[in-house]
Design a binder for this molecule. Sequence first.
Ligand SMILES: NC(=O)c1ccc[n+]([C@@H]2O[C@H](COP(=O)([O-])OP(=O)(O)OC[C@H]3O[C@@H](n4cnc5c(N)ncnc54)[C@H](OP(=O)(O)O)[C@@H]3O)[C@@H](O)[C@H]2O)c1
Length: 300
Amino acid sequence: MNKKTILVTGANGQLGSELHQLSKRNTPFNWLFCSSSQLDITNIEMLQNYFNTQSIDAVINAAAYTKVDAAETDQQSAIATNATAVEHLAKICSHQNILLLHISTDYVFDGNHKTPYLPADATSPVGMYAFSKWKGEEILKQYVAENQLRAILVRTSWVFSSYGNNFLKTMLRLMKERSELKVVNDQIGKPTYAFDLAEALIKICQQILLDGKYNFTNTLPVYHFANKGIISWFDFALGIAQQIGYKGNLLPIPTALYPTPAKRPKYSVLDTTSFEADFNLQIPTWQQSLNNCIKAIHEK
Ligand SMILES: NC(=O)c1ccc[n+]([C@@H]2O[C@H](COP(=O)([O-])OP(=O)(O)OC[C@H]3O[C@@H](n4cnc5c(N)ncnc54)[C@H](OP(=O)(O)O)[C@@H]3O)[C@@H](O)[C@H]2O)c1
């Protein structure tokens, strides 16, 4: 039997790169990886031409406009990539009966909860990046309801990886340069190792494309994926410091002392129970995954 083919958009990002690395292991799929220059998902003609020349069974949309602060002044680009392009992909995938796995963010929540957010909890994005990602979710929901699209939405949070730029890599750099670091301790969330997310997405594809184990309806299934453990950025920095033996001072500070153009949710903890139950997966703790990621960085 021919292997099923999965296309990964945004292939040079953190998630895209982890998927690329994992695809080199023995997965039961053919893989297509496209960077933003090879396949600009905001360009519908480019997308249509590409999809018309390939036989694709699933798309993992790892492409996104992720510059949270820049989005405040570059709203058009954020909307084009995080919302309009999702509609392009949804349209093509529904016409060609392709499974679409789309990734979204904890930022679709305003952060006023005191307990972990469930996938069905009410969304209320704050800031333009958050709004653009929320708009992408809404478009996808509508598309599934009206066009028999097979899609799954996975929200994640605080992504780190040995690829790209992220909090971990910034901390590793700063811990080399400085003897004292101030880190906010009043934003609470869950870090996510992009490798773990990539691995989970591949398992989802396996269960759906090969085992036929998933029942699609006209309601978009929404899931949350993040590593286990609820922490602040300060706790994350402490964890990094411990693992690399940083001898400097780490000081907790309130968000008010580290102002950013876009407001961040104070509490964006994602409840992952339904993800683990529906796909029969166990998600590692952030400490375990941090350790694995630091090793991966050192091996480069
Ligand atoms: N990073 C986080 O902390 C975080 C948190 C929650 C959710 N998420 C979500 O998780 C997903 C993966 O994020 P990530 O951290 O892997 O992001 P990332 O490292 O910023 O990668 C995003 C990739 O998308 C590409 N891209 C941007 N515009 C594109 C376009 N028009 N067409 C095709 N590709 C385009 C970028 O390419 P260029 O570099 O060439 O522009 C980049 O390689 C995204 O949906 C993001 O919203 C991320």
